[in-house]
Design a protein around this ligand. Structure first.
Ligand code: SF4
Length: 429
């Protein structure tokens, strides 16, 4: 069977439940998986993109093929959606983190699934689909190289927040922290795009604030330094995620700052060294956190701390102690999460073997509203209450004053973000 000018609907899925959880998110920048995959689609195809975070899906839209990417908390929503499209005779392809973690579960709701990074087999699948013959399962045996990675299709970006553009320079991370889905999805195989390509895409965004959507921009310090030199002339501001290693390299920090870095999201996770050791993240040296934050600040870069509660060494005292530390270190922003053992991770395996998984209702695997496992040294209720206390305290006016009044980083960047978080938390309650 051959089809004339097929129409493809790409969906960045977000269930109503996850949208409620994320209503308080101040940063709502574009997820680029689908605009990126669209760049591989042959030009004679018509490509539509629905991003459920900002618009509903119209099931009546006449399309030949639907491709959906999703994370674990949206899984049941996506399966219902996929079932309805298939009942209408539309071919459904599923991919993304949850499919890689739970391929057999996803396969029951799809004509085709992609395990791992879809771009490896995506063009081959599209050609097969047009010819009326494709496989039911594509698995990327080797993580794809990024030497010829195209620019994402900006015409398919739909989210609007304070950022002007989103792109990635690197993908993956060499570490294998037990709780991390990045480690499973990319099999601890980091790769980099050519610096010139990244700089060209970076420059192509008209606005000032750019998100480098990397798992760990400090994964290869030499590459990062070269990248920052190439970004600097464009005089934009950017933010990205980095492991704590970023703080150990002054040249990295200096070049980052000169190229417009205003904030780094650093996965501190816990102020307990035992907890870090327990989840294979012992390279985070807790006794060096304060100094590391100071060094980042000394370059005029704000720190957004990623904090997780619920490790086996956490007692009910962890919440207050963590907040005391973040305030003393004048950390500008923080993202708190309840430890969540995503399926397919080593953490999930261990907790399952210990009989401590309380539910496999994936809608609860969002790190914000539910505790899905039995914590070792407190009740699930105490963990949830402690997480809520941390958010309330960190984004209270008293804490904002305490942290930002000593912040060496410009208030123009840090204060609006803090106030926006405060307002959104109030709105949610
Ligand atoms: S350093 Fe960060 S991105 Fe890398 S495996 Fe650990 S948690 Fe995941």
């Amino acid at each position: 069977m051959s089809r004339a000018a097929p129409t493809l609907l790409l969906v960045t899925a977000s269930s109503p439940g996850i949208q409620r959880v994320r209503r308080s998110r101040v940063l709502n920048f574009q997820q680029i998986t689908m605009p990126y995959l669209a760049a591989f689609v042959p030009p004679h195809w018509t490509v539509l993109h629905v991003d459920e975070a900002v618009e509903p899906i119209n099931l009546e839209t006449p399309v030949d093929l639907v491709g959906i990417t999703f994370h674990t908390p949206s899984a049941s929503h996506v399966y219902a959606l996929a079932d309805r499209f298939r009942q209408r005779g539309t071919t459904v392809a599923l991919g993304g983190p949850h499919v890689t973690l739970m391929p057999d579960e996803a396969q029951a709701h799809a004509d085709v699934i992609f395990i791992g990074e879809a771009e490896t087999h995506w063009p081959e699948f599209l050609a097969g689909f047009e010819a009326g013959q494709h496989r039911r399962r594509y698995c990327s045996a080797e993580p794809p190289g990024l030497a010829h990675a195209p620019m994402s299709r900006k015409d398919l970006f739909h989210r609007r927040d304070h950022t002007a553009g989103v792109l990635f320079a690197t993908r993956g991370c060499a570490h294998r922290c037990d709780f991390c889905t990045v480690a499973v999805m990319y099999r601890s195989h980091p790769r980099q795009r050519p610096v010139a390509d990244v700089a060209r895409e970076y420059a192509s965004f008209r606005g000032k604030v750019i998100i480098l959507w990397d798992d760990n921009i400090a994964g290869d310090l030499e590459y990062a330094r070269e990248l920052f030199r190439a970004l600097a002339p464009h005089r934009k501001w950017w933010s990205s995620q980095a492991s704590i290693h970023a703080a150990g390299d002054d040249e990295f920090l200096e070049l980052a700052a000169r190229s417009g870095c205003k904030q780094l999201f650093i996965g501190l996770e816990s102020i307990s060294q035992a907890s870090m050791n327990e989840v294979s993240k012992g390279f985070n040296r807790v006794d060096e956190y304060a100094r590391a934050i100071e060094r980042i600040h000394s370059h005029g870069i704000a720190v957004q701390a990623g904090i997780v509660f619920g490790f086996d060494h956490d007692t009910p005292a962890v919440f207050e102690e963590t907040l005391d530390f973040l305030e003393a270190a004048a950390v500008q922003n923080a993202t708190f999460n309840i430890l969540t053992p995503f399926p397919g991770t080593r953490l999930h395996e261990r907790l399952a073997a210990e009989g401590r998984i309380l539910t496999r209702d994936w809608t609860k695997y969002n790190g914000r509203t539910d505790v899905v496992f039995q914590p070792r040294r407190m009740s699930p209720e105490a963990l949830l209450a402690g997480y809520q206390y941390a958010n309330r305290r960190f984004y209270s006016c008293a804490s904002i004053y305490k942290r930002l009044s000593r912040s060496p980083v410009g208030l123009f960047w840090t204060l609006p973000l803090n106030l926006a978080y405060t307002l959104s938390l109030r709105y949610r309650q």
